[in-house]
Design a protein. Structure first.
Length: 159
């Protein structure tokens, strides 16, 4: 619907929406989204954001020579040790936002103000799916990674 016909852009958008739909696949941020305005952010990461890693792997496969990707890669290698050495920041690893714009820009989505819209739509989809789980299963806190398909099937059979 964005007007891009590249199969790689379609693959990127599937990845983008999936990793942004809920922070780390099921933590409390989706539940918080039920209660307040999304976008609280989070503290400095103690390790590399797994969503950053997904996007990095995508970029290494599809655009390894892109100058902006090369810049992000260099920052990934150089900045954390420098910030750690300063002593003011512990374990300063990049989050997903450090990579999203590079990928979107590469495939032609150059209107940077639209990046926030894509993030918001993705997060809204995650919150809506969490509401479905919440209402369907009566879960007090939504954590999709903490149950198996077998558990879900058995739970639904009881209902």
């Amino acid at each position: 619907m964005l007007g891009f016909s590249s199969p790689d852009m379609h693959e990127l958008m599937r990845l983008y929406v999936t990793i942004h739909s809920d922070h780390e696949g099921g933590n409390v941020s989706a539940h918080t989204g039920h209660l307040v305005v999304p976008g609280f952010g989070h503290g400095v990461l103690r390790k590399t954001d797994p969503r950053y890693t997904c996007q990095r792997e995508f970029a290494m496969k599809h655009l390894p020579e892109d100058p902006l990707f090369q810049l992000v890669s260099k920052l990934y290698d150089v900045v954390p040790p420098i910030l750690t050495e300063l002593g003011k920041v512990k374990n300063p690893w990049p989050n997903v936002d450090a990579h999203s714009g590079v990928l979107l820009n590469y495939y032609g989505l150059t209107e940077a103000r639209y990046y926030t819209v894509l993030f918001g739509v993705s997060r809204a989809l995650g919150i809506c799916s969490q509401l479905v789980w919440d209402r369907a299963l009566g879960l007090p806190l939504e954590r999709p990674k903490s149950v198996t398909m077998e558990w879900l099937e058995n739970h639904c059979k009881k209902a």
